[in-house]
Design a protein around this ligand. Structure first.
Ligand code: CMC
Length: 428
């Protein structure tokens, strides 16, 4: 294997180093390209551009492989606890029993949010989308912890910020929902596990006892693990780029939540359920909707289909599809949306348009159906994604800081007007 590639530009041959990852992924290091030739590369949407070196998540889109710190997603989803996975992503290894106990107790101790934060919540309109609320509440946390704005803090202080965020996000997420319902806020109960506590804060009422169903807890734990990281996706890249200016962790994560909200990214889970409801209300003619998705003059896309990186199958979608059957079965739910989703998947997978383009169901296609079975309203689906993705965002931010990555600042090819002189208003 050659360690450099040769590139001929304007008759001059330059050599660029090749970089190879631990799973044999290959890249061309173009750091000196502009200095040597005056050229930059152009790659809108970064379809072919590596933005960093990372040892957090390995993803092979052609073969449907996803590993966190080397551990296959299938094993983690089946066997691990979400907080264990959070520790793994952030600190690089699975925790020992002692490390895990310390981590859990640190998270548990910080689940409360400052009472003044509740005043912000009350000021949002009743129909505010919870993702908008979550993003701004997370950014607001930075004003309650101003020391987080110092980029040169001790490791212990940074750890504390990371733990606070993991601890408080379920509280803020559940409160965003309670606020929307105009129901009383439920305070966290620290004898409960991470997932139990979130469900309690979401669904309990002060007026009656709330029994937490272990089937629901397990399903939530699996979903959060499946969402926990996905290397350099839109929101993780946003977190890294915001953080690269040395903006504090809370603001960086708030940026990630905003990026996740869009329907092409995490917002797809809400869009899938809305699409399935629309197809059902329209009579369930699958061929008609698949034809619409293929029509380039129609903006409609099959939500929950396609992925920038997976062109064969999304391993998360496989696990979720099975979990979906299990959960509905265990909870005794017969949801026609699941049948419709399966039929739609079958029609699309047999269609040449989808086959040729490698468009398969992604993680969001079935996750909404499970969330619905867990009684989570559709506007909260992307919030659930954010809860799961938080450790990944934190790990990406931490790695970016520790690697000393430079500020993110792409270049461009300018296509506007060339120099022209100002004309006074009265002469225009
Ligand atoms: N329905 C119909 N056509 C599609 C779809 C779809 N869902 N997705 C892609 N295509 C077509 C697209 O029109 C293009 O066709 P052509 O080559 O003829 O121009 C081709 O497939 C390639 O698509 P692309 O938009 O260039 O691919 P991308 O990598 O830029 O976009 C995507 C990836 C996920 C944004 C896109 O597949 C999409 O919009 N999917 C629907 C939204 C969705 O489910 N998003 C969740 C992604 S998974 C969760 C997460 O991690 O964010």
């Amino acid at each position: 294997m050659s360690e450099v590639v040769k590139l001929e530009i304007d008759g001059k041959v330059i050599e660029l180093p090749v970089v190879i990852g631990t799973e044999n992924e290959k890249g061309i290091d173009i750091k000196t390209l502009r200095a040597q030739t005056g050229y930059i590369t152009i790659d809108p949407g970064y379809k072919n551009t590596g933005s960093c070196f990372s040892s957090i998540t390995y993803l092979d889109g052609e073969n449907g492989i996803l590993q966190y710190r080397g551990y296959p997603i299938e094993q983690l989803a089946e066997k691990a606890d979400f907080l264990e996975v959070a520790y793994l992503l952030i600190y690089g290894n699975l925790p020992s029993k002692k490390e895990f106990d310390l981590f859990k107790s640190s998270i548990t101790r910080h689940t409360l949010v400052h009472e003044d934060m509740k005043r912000f919540l009350e000021a949002y309109p009743f129909n505010a989308h919870p993702m908008g609320v979550l993003s701004s509440m997370v950014c607001s946390l930075s004003t309650f912890y101003p020391e987080s704005q110092n980029p040169n803090r001790a490791k212990e202080a940074i750890d504390m910020t990371m733990h606070r965020l993991i601890a408080k996000l379920p509280t803020l997420a559940a409160w965003a929902y309670k606020n929307k319902m105009r129901h009383p806020f439920m305070y966290p109960q620290n004898d409960k596990s991470y997932c139990e506590n979130f469900l309690y804060m979401m669904f309990a009422m002060p007026s009656e006892e709330y029994k937490i169903d272990p089937v629901v807890v397990n399903a939530l734990n699996t979903l959060l693990i499946l969402h926990a990281d996905h290397e350099q996706n839109c929101s993780a890249s946003t977190v890294r780029i915001v953080g690269s200016s040395q903006a504090n962790l809370y603001s960086s994560i708030a940026g990630g939540i905003s990026a996740l909200w869009g329907p092409l990214h995490g917002g797809a889970n809400q869009a899938v359920i809305e699409m399935l409801d629309q197809i059902m209300a329209d009579g369930g003619d699958m061929e008609k909707w698949v034809a619409k998705a293929k029509d380039k003059d129609d903006p409609f896309r099959l939500m929950g289909f396609g992925h920038r990186v997976y062109k064969n199958f999304d391993p998360r979608a496989r696990i979720i599809k099975k979990a979906c059957d299990d959960v509905l079965d265990k909870l005794g739910i017969n949801d026609p949306t699941l049948e419709l989703a399966k039929k739609l998947e079958k029609v699309a997978l047999e269609d040449e348009y989808f086959v040729q383009r490698g468009l398969y169901p992604n993680v969001d296609f079935y996750s909404g159906i499970i969330y619905k079975a867990l009684n989570i309203p559709s506007e909260m689906f992307t919030v659930m994604f954010a809860l799961g993705r938080l450790p990944g965002w934190i790990a990406q931010w931490k790695e970016m800081v520790e690697n000393g990555d430079p500020i993110g600042r792409p270049r461009q090819i300018y296509t506007g007007e060339t120099k022209r002189d100002y004309i006074p208003l009265e002469k225009r």
